[in-house]
Design a protein around this ligand. Sequence first.
Ligand code: TYD
Ligand code: MG
Length: 453
Amino acid sequence: MAKGKKSVFFCQNCGHEENKWLGQCPACKEWNTFVEEKMSVTTAKTAGAVRLNENKLATLSQVSMEKELRMTTQIQELDRVLGGGIVPGSLILVGGDPGIGKSTLLLQVCRNLSNMKKSVLYISGEESLKQIKMRAERLGDFSETLSLFCETNLETVRAVIEKNRPQIVIIDSIQTMYSEEVTSAPGSVSQVRESTNVFMQLAKGLGITIFIVGHVTKEGTVAGPRVLEHMVDTVLYFEGDRHASYRILRGVKNRFGSTNEIGVFEMRRDGLAEVANPSEFMLSGKPEDATGSVVACSMEGTRPILIEIQALVCQTSFGMPRRTAAGTDYNRVNLLMAVLEKRLGLPLSNCDAYVNIAGGIKMNEPAIDLGIVLAIVSSYKNRPIEEKTIVFGEVGLSGEVRAVSMPEQRVAEAKKLGFTTCILPAVSLESVSNITGVEVIGVKNINEAIRLI
Ligand code: TYD
Ligand code: MG
């Protein structure tokens, strides 16, 4: 049975591999995502990670560790998400919807690093030199250590990197790179995998830091960067509404730091600007004395962020009440409404409820539960919550308010922004007792909390 080429089927969503076509991917449960690809080369090359000397075993104490030298990008919000700067020789994937600002951010990184006399190579497979120049004009002055290169052929790109040995390389984007050794089209799973493999070998072998841009499309026509997530060291996702001006950079995977941190940026005429105080930014435009509006506090990594939770509760005009949750978990909102119904006897089952985190930011920390509960009750009872009050606390199924982590930081952030009252879990009272200037009110259950408003 002579077979020249072998057909393999890949899930375009998660990269799962099968020998036959399937309607539903067994790995990620997405429908209709399998595509056939002819394999003429084995893509199962061993990953180019650093080869250890296999004959010699080592104990942890024998492994020498020089102080890790991190390179700052001069963009604090980015440094934070990376865990304190760029680690040399790492492979960093920056994902996000088209037009969200990936190329802009990376060009700004190029500008800062090249101004620090690092050799930087920006490889674009999407834009011409002119287009990059036009963008760069908006971003400010660039030094001569930045080189640009427009190319999509993987072998050429590899040769150029090996010859020039820059310290930092940007690949914009991985979906445009194609290898002649792989027969399928650019952007397909095999091409993306092959390209990432090559870049991984270059990064680890030559100690070059490589940033890879990856597009995510809802249609799944382009191989999602999901496939790459396993191969790279760090995965950053850009989120935010393309029509709103702010952008959030979130670490999803990081071999060199925590993944909880976020970076907040604002898209301006001259590129992405850092937002040093996101709470202030998120609360701008908060209505005064409005019902159903509560300020809650969520921890994003080590940073407390104050957000406004809005709820609108009204009588349903159909048999089935409508519920929506924007920016937070829909099921969580339903659960909290069930708790309110059962524990407080509020007849919410014939009410529509719309819950929204203002500003379009996504928050899923349980500490905002109490905020959601109070916003719903405030809207239902048509009673505004006092200005200058923030709330946080997790709500359990029996209506109890449970402790959350880092209450001191949250109260301190509220104080910094001029809030005078904090409603928080009673068990956390002790840990915030040394903060003065803010009235702290501990509550044991939602009943106590609601009596306060
Ligand atoms: P871009 O970085 O090209 O997005 P991506 O590479 O993720 O596809 O961002 C493009 C958007 O950003 C575009 O809609 C224009 C806007 N933009 C600004 O508002 N100000 C700027 O200075 C720049 C360079 C872009
Ligand atoms: Mg781009």
